[in-house]
Design a protein around this ligand. Sequence first.
Ligand code: CDP
Length: 247
Amino acid sequence: MGTASDIKLIDENGLRIDGRSPTELRPLKIETDVLERADGSAFIEWGGNKILVAVYGPREAYPKHTQDIEKAVVKARYNMSAFSVDERKRPGPDRRSVEISKVISEALSAAVMVEQFPRAQIDVFIEVLQADAGTRIAGLTASSVALAAAGIPMRDMVVGCAAGKVDGKIVLDLGKEEDNFGQADLPMGILAKSGKIVLMQMDGDMSQEEFEQATALIMDATKRIYEIQREALAGKYRALALERSGE
Ligand code: CDP
């Protein structure tokens, strides 16, 4: 979260700096099967975020000491490319990307039927090509689609979504200026069907009432995002059906 500033983020009509209402998501688009060599892949455009996800596996976990004899290990690696942000990002992992990789791995593990693949590893490479706030939840949303596109058995889809506080108001899905100059950001990962929370972090401060309001906005948006995930996958299966019927 940024420092307090004179920038007005919500106007007299209650609209945000990019013209959205408090409960509106930024434009969101997901495409599957964008990479040939991956077992599953997805490309997400969410606001100004552009993120590519490639899934490989399940395959035998290596090195061997990383194997779990009872279940597969889901290993997400979140990476921000040097050109994805305003100021060149130094290539390679940093504290932030290690943290994001860890929380995304944990969230995805809750959705994948890991018990079906003992000793295996499922790799999820998340490459942020353009960042515009909310990359962890966009990466998580796309990862879930890429895993399903890879045909990996899942008990549920994971939806990522955030809400936050700007100019003292609770709003859905913070944009870049809101992230920089707002008072709080609450990214969450939710299992679409069960509603279970599998990722929750918070930057900044909210009262309990504000937190509940933010959570309600996220839960409501989860349904909309899940629909977009399903449509992306339906597109894939429609394309597959056409291939099989030889059209
Ligand atoms: O991206 P997300 O909101 O999940 O994580 P964040 O750490 O709250 O970062 C918010 C935003 O700050 C990112 O989406 C980027 O647009 C920007 N950022 C940046 O410009 N340079 C970095 N090294 C890291 C983040």
